[in-house]
Design a protein around this ligand. Structure first.
Ligand code: GLU
Length: 427
């Protein structure tokens, strides 16, 4: 997955946590939530910070910092990805863990929310170094993860290979074959069919649903997608297949635009063959900057890269009337308010990109049962979960006369708070 470096707030992780808290506060107010429960949900249940020494290929020692934050296990074991990125901080991982709690709740999965990360630029390490780092990180967080405790998955710069290394580490350390400890594994190691594509497919599904409800035909829709990793590329491909015109894409190498529409299959093939796995050198299109991509004159803008991309600073340049959040937290709280005032429809991250964790849930179920589903079954069930969540959120938005983001948090916070109340505070 390509790493993205784009204009962003000075401390995007801190801003993401503050936005997540602000959303929680708003939902708590709308629900008239008990003040104590509200205070409880503002905190993570458990935070682990670990030092990760790695012997590099040339023999010298590097030390990285890793995190695993479990925000809530009220509705089930913690669930959430692990990211490897130089901008990882405790604030960022805490904010993302909170978003996972509400993402799992809005889609009604029997799971809580967690997130992990290592502050590292993996492009600066060799494959063997990344493997050693992953295995050391896994060993360090092993005391708090497990199929009934907390189940990691891929996120930014981690993939099925990373998950395979985690399975190996847990298996070696426990002496028990442990595929159910993570999701997003390779299919031949107990992964679910359709997991890799699930996030992008879900993003495309909600985008097409929004268009359908507005009476807009896909073939009359121009789309810009920021980020061409696992989420952005699959979303772009699925939307192109549905007839949409993808007029701009981007990754760490910059932006690429074509008013006539970009051949997404060719772009994916180009990135696959490129040593850096980026779009660098992709021809037959015009080059634009990432700032220009965000400001594209399109019907739908899909930020599918990192948090903090649409901010108070560039929000006035945004021209798309619909934004679908493929990434977690791509719109800052300030920009969110300004876009809402302008009537821009935002499909929020915890709904829009939930397809990944929905199929992670299916994978967890399959791994525990040791019985694997056909792709068709995964896709049919994914659509059921996405449709149900979307209908519920849009109905709540109507009932509360609020934007979809607030409605999604109202649904989710209500479910999590209700689980805590029914269980009763221990002891
Ligand atoms: N990292 C993905 C997310 O942010 C997926 C998490 C998972 O599958 O557990 O939703």
């Amino acid at each position: 997955m390509a790493v993205l470096q784009m204009p962003s707030p000075t401390n995007p992780g801190h801003e993401l946590l503050q936005s997540a808290l602000a959303q929680l506060d708003r939902a708590a107010k709308a629900l008239g939530l008990d003040a104590g429960l509200h205070r409880y949900l503002r905190q993570a249940e458990r935070t682990l910070i670990v030092a990760l020494p790695v012997t590099c290929d040339d023999g010298h020692l590097e030390v990285f910092t890793g995190y695993r934050v479990q925000h809530s296990t009220a509705r089930g074991p913690g669930k959430g990805g692990i990211r490897f990125h130089q901008s990882v901080t405790l604030d960022e991982i805490s904010g993302l863990a909170m978003l996972m709690t509400f993402k799992c709740a809005v889609t009604d999965l029997p799971l809580g929310g967690a997130k992990g990360g290592v502050a590292v630029d993996p492009r600066r390490l060799s494959r063997n170094e990344v493997q050693r780092l992953t295995k050391r990180y896994t060993a360090a967080i092993l005391p708090i993860i497990g199929p009934e405790q907390d189940i990691p998955a891929p996120d930014v710069n981690t993939d099925e290979q990373t998950m395979a290394w985690i399975v190996d580490t847990v298996t070696m350390m426990t002496g028990k074959h442990s595929p159910e400890v993570v999701t997003g594994k390779p299919v031949d190691l107990g992964g679910s069919r359709g997991r890799t594509e699930a996030t992008g497919r879900g993003v495309a599904f909600v985008t097409l649903e929004v268009l359908r409800r507005q009476g807009t035909r896909p073939d009359a829709t121009r789309v810009a997608v920021q980020g061409f990793g696992n989420v952005g590329s699959v979303t772009a491909k699925a939307l192109a297949q549905a007839g949409c015109k993808i007029v701009a894409i981007s990754d760490v190498s910059g932006g690429y635009a074509s008013a006539a529409g970009i051949d997404i299959e060719r772009a994916i093939e180009h990135a696959r063959r490129n040593a850096q796995r980026t779009l660098e050198g992709f021809g037959g299109v015009s080059r634009i900057s990432n700032a220009e991509l965000l400001a594209s004159d399109v019907d739908v803008l899909i930020p599918a890269a990192l948090e903090g991309q649409i901010t108070g600073e560039n929000v006035s340049e945004i021209r798309a009337p619909i934004i679908v959040e493929g990434a977690n937290g791509p719109v800052t709280a300030e920009a969110d308010r300004m876009l809402a005032d302008r009537g821009v429809l935002i499909v929020p991250d915890i709904l829009a990109n939930a397809g990944g964790v929905v199929v992670s849930y299916f994978e967890w179920v399959q791994s525990r049962a040791q019985f694997y589903w056909e792709l068709e079954e995964v896709e049919t069930r994914l659509e059921i979960y996405m449709r149900r969540a979307m209908e519920l959120v849009l109905a709540k938005a109507k009932a509360y006369d609020c934007p979809p983001r607030e409605a999604a948090f109202i649904v989710a916070v209500d479910r999590v708070a209700s689980a805590i109340s029914k269980r009763g505070i221990f002891p």
